[in-house]
Design a protein around this ligand. Sequence first.
Ligand SMILES: [Zn+2]
Length: 282
Amino acid sequence: MTQQFKPDPVLSAEIDTKFVKQEYEDNYVPLKKQVYIKKETGADAMAGDGGYEETYLADAIRFKMKRDKKRFWAGDNISDYVSEEDKAKLIDEATEAFETVLDRLLIDRENDPNSHGTARRLAKMYFNEIMAGRYEPAPDATAFPNDSQDRYEGMLVVRSELRSMCSHHHQPVSGVAYIGIIAAEKLIGLSKYTRIAQWCARRGTLQEELCNDIAREISKATGSRNVGVYIQATHGCCENRGIMAHSSLTQTTVLTGAFKDDPSVKKEFMDNIKLQQEFAPR
Ligand SMILES: [Zn+2]
């Protein structure tokens, strides 16, 4: 005997497409917040009269940078505006903001033990690690004179391992920079090339811009107008999402002075990179 089909009362009920506002008890209790109120002094007091409220230290710093027309893009260094003491407060403020992000992502940061301290870990990681190059002043690169009779006049190529992050997706960029210079009147310690490159890289960057930034900063530190920078890197935003390309490599080259104008210098640089890659592939 076949059973009589009984329509499901819920599924077959006529759907009321009108949303009815319902009153309900909200059990959500926001976590404790810490807010820093900055006391206005001197020139900063001018912020006070335009209806501008200084609630967060980050807002006060942003106000100052805007007032000074100081660019503060993800790849810019803003160490002149952020003191070491400020950093602790900024990390507290970013922690609070990351807590909100986790809440909006519907992650139970109160009960999930793995998500418990995540907001603070993220805030500290951004300020002290992956974006440290924005908040720290340029590495101290003591220069040694290279102006005696037997001065070094050749090419110098240094391989620097890089870790960066793309501004668009905040995904990791990892690769190697080959930095070449023709020695000028001064020389810097070999490790300084990498320190400078990493200081440029530890920000939100575009590889194209990073290549330019490293060339400019190396030129500044060494006084050489003949600089070549070649970067090869893989990008998390192409590997972990989007096109999911697992072995794609992005190559960028910036050449200045003789590196650009003299084909034999350019060739020597490129040949040296190949020799470096035989020594240390990737
Ligand atoms: Zn990206």
